[in-house]
Structures are given as C-alpha cells and as structure tokens.
Design a protein around this ligand. Structure first.
Ligand code: ACO
Length: 393
C-alpha cells in the first residue's frame, strides 16, 4: 500500500468518486449533475433540483407532479414527534431540535431495506417532507404556540414560510426562498456530506445518516457561519466602522465570518445569486440597514485579503435574505439543513450503490510500553504540570 502524506482536514484528498455535483473553485463554477447552478436557480424549483440530485436526471412533468404530491402527503408529523418536541427546552438551539427529530424518525419508520427502491423513495420523501415541518413546529412551540398544520394548496417553499410565519407569503418571498433552497441543496464533499457518507457506509438507516449530517452542519465553521455573519454585521454597525473592525480582525487573526472557502478562491457563485435575491427583496420590501455595511465589508476584504483567495462564501448574503423574509437568526442553519438534505440523500443513495465502509488510517503519535501505575500512586495531571513547571523554571 502507498503511504500518503498526512493532510490535516483531508485537504485535497479524494474521499469518493461521485457524479452528483462539481465545483471549480478558481472559476467560480458549481454544477449539479452537470447543470450550472445559475440555470437551476433561474428556471428550476427546489423539489425538481432535489429529484435531479437524488435520481440523477431532471424529472419529466409527470415524475415531478408525482414527487411533489408524495411530499405534500407526508408533510405532517406524527403527534408523538410533536409531543417529544414539547419536552425540548425553548432555549435549545433549533439545530439540536432538528437533529433529535430527524434521528427520532428512525424509531417510527424502523424497517430497514436498503436494497428496496420503494424503501429508498419513501425515506427520501419523508425526510424532504418532514424536516421543514419540524423546523417550523419548533419555532412556534418555543414561543408557546401550537404548530401550524401544513397546507396542501401551497408549494414547498410557500408552505414552509406559511407554517413559520402563520400567514401566506408574498409570491416573491416564496420564490426567493425556493431559490435559496436550490442554492444550498448540494456542494460536493463538505464536512456534513462527508459525515453523512461515513454514517451511510455502515448501512445504518437514512434517518441516522441525516441526523449525523445535521449535527456536523451546526458548527460555526460550516453551516453555522450564516448566523455569525448577522452578529458580525450588527457588531460593525456602520459603514465607517468597517475598516477599524477589519483591522482588528487582521491584527488578532480572527476569521471574518461569511468569507473564505476551502475550495473557492473567487467569490462563491451562490453568494452572487443570493446578493441579487437580497436586492430584489430590498426593492420590494425596503432596504436592510446592514446591506451597506455588507457591501463595504466585501469591498474592503476583497481589497485586503483577495490575494489569499478570501471572498464572500454562500453564508455572507444568505442571512440578509432570510432576515428580510422574517426568519429568526437561529433558524438560518436549520434552513440550510432543510435544503442540504437533498444532497445528503443523493450521497446516501450513491454510497449504497458502491458501498465500502469508511475506515481511514492514522499516524500514531503516542508512546509505547508505558507501565500500568496503580491508582494510589498516580498524580493529578495538574500537579504533574505544576511539578514540570517548577522543574523547568
Ligand atoms: N477571514 C480572514 N482570513 C481568512 C478567512 C476569513 N474568513 N478564511 C481564511 N482566511 C485566511 C487564513 O487566516 C489563512 O491565512 P494564512 O495562510 O495567512 O494563515 C488562509 O486564509 C487559509 O485559511 P484556512 O483557515 O487554512 O482555510 P480553510 O480552507 O481551512 O478554511 C474556512 C475554510 C473554514 C471556510 C475558513 O475560510 C473560515 O473559517 N471562514 C469563516 C467561516 C465561514 O464563513 N464558514 C462558512 C464556509 S461555507 C460553508 O461551510 C457552507
């Protein structure tokens, strides 16, 4: 076996062969099944895109209609899942609630038949259908309200905004939200997708696959960055404060949230589309007070850090779009999960078709042949540190 060089974060190491999506980080290209993201954002819908990702081809009108109908039918949650959610603390993060609910689906749909296409389809439909209902239900329940039942006459995006805000959304808001879902649906082997693949490779159930991916997406270096962008813009507060803020970040070597990407070394194409969606919303519903700050930050960061390939990523403008849609900040990452479940399921299905359990190796850096010290003779690690400190001083 060839011994490979150790790469922290597995940077540049292929973890699988995949035909689901493609990124060219130098030219700013993202394709789902060979179709450019700009085309899908302009002409497609999220569910059509999910179908494309999971089954590999764009659906015919009949296939799409059937798929949408199945999803509508499965949007409701079992009352026992709602009862479980009632026990969650209101102060808990909605990503934790979503992870717990996704995992709980495995208790209710426990038959595992990974070689049965009908089982695969049912799991795909249930996860796509129920995750939005879970997020909206948790939002209402933590405010002390009853969850709103899904409405069958509304499409996927409009229904989610309706369940969340308890009123039918403006058509532009629903269309913009649907495009946001499309933009977040898939992005090659990022941390959460890798997590999904590793879990899938053990041949566990798809609910466990999605629950592990949700947990991974929650971190601030991944999906959680979109929340931090808003906190950062609030902290900067005004256009005049952008340069001093950035100076502080550079001096303290703090990362600027919503900038930089392991793969993109130019502006993320999704950020460009999201920025234009934000502008459409501002034109119809009024500007966001932080948009000018965001524009100035992008200008100054590109100027100062562009040589390192640091440009806005998908999370930079998504928060401003979601704010305008009346979505609370801590739901930004759960919404990312509602979209990304399409990509996770596509990778789950691809993994099953050519499965080999993930079992990487390591480079051991510990010692060998250490004695077993009886417990009464051991020292606390702190005491040992102090002793070491005393000896070296
Ligand atoms: N602000 C300032 N400098 C940055 C940033 C940033 N956001 N991102 C990277 N850099 C700098 C690093 O300091 C480093 O500089 P150096 O070479 O002089 O030490 C260089 O660029 C390379 O950075 P790494 O952290 O090694 O890049 P990596 O590929 O490991 O990290 C990551 C990518 C995690 C996304 C990083 O850019 C980051 O933390 N960004 C902020 C958080 C964020 O927005 N995450 C969302 C990513 S998109 C997504 O997950 C959906």
């Amino acid at each position: 076996m060839t011994v490979c060089e150790y790469k922290p974060g597995l940077e540049g190491i292929p973890a699988k062969q995949s035909s689901i999506s493609f990124v060219d980080g130098h030219q700013g290209i993202l394709e789902y099944r060979g179709i450019q993201i700009e085309e899908l954002a302009k002409h497609g819908s999220f569910l059509e895109t999910a179908y494309l990702l999971i089954w590999g081809t764009l659906p015919s009108q009949e296939e799409l209609t059937d798929f949408e109908r199945e999803i509508r039918y499965h949007r409701r949650l079992k009352y026992r899942i709602r009862d479980m959610m009632k026990c969650f603390p209101e102060s808990g993060h909605p990503m934790d609630a979503l992870q717990a609910c996704a995992a709980a689906l495995g208790l209710f749909y426990s038959r595992r038949a990974l070689d049965d296409p009908a089982y695969i389809r049912a799991a795909v439909v249930r996860l796509l259908a129920k995750l939005p209902t879970m997020v909206a239900a948790f939002q209402l329940m933590r405010k002390g309200n009853d969850p709103v039942q899904p409405r069958d006459d509304l499409d996927y995006a409009a229904n989610f905004l309706y369940m969340l805000n308890e009123r039918e959304p403006d058509p532009l808001a629903a269309r913009v939200f649907d495009v946001c879902l499309t933009l977040h649906a898939e992005h090659t082997i990022n941390a959460s997708t890798f997590s999904a693949m590793v879990t899938a490779s053990t041949l566990t159930d798809p609910y466990a696959v999605v629950a592990s991916a949700v947990g991974t997406l929650a971190g601030p270096l991944h999906g959680g960055a979109n929340e931090e962008v808003i906190t950062m813009l609030e902290e900067i507060g005004s256009v005049d404060n952008v340069v001093p803020y950035l100076d502080g970040c550079i001096a303290q070597k703090t990362k600027i949230m919503g900038f930089g990407h392991r793969v993109y070394k130019v502006k993320d194409p999704r950020a460009t589309i999201l920025q234009s969606l934000a502008e459409q919303l501002f034109e119809k519903f009024g500007a966001d007070e932080y948009y000018d700050v965001a524009l100035e930050l992008e200008r100054v960061v590109s100027d100062r850090l562009g040589h390192k390939g640091i440009y806005p990523n998908v999370d930079f403008y998504s928060g401003l779009v979601y704010r305008k849609l009346g979505i609370p900040t801590d739901l930004f990452t759960p919404i990312f999960a509602i979209a990304r479940v399409a990509g996770w399921l596509a990778h789950w299905k691809e993994q099953l078709s050519e499965n080999r359990i993930f079992r990487p190796t390591q480079i051991y850096t510990g010692t060998h042949g250490e004695p077993y010290i009886p417990i009464g003779e051991r020292q606390n690690a702190d005491d040992q540190d102090q002793l070491t400190g005393l000896i070296t001083e």
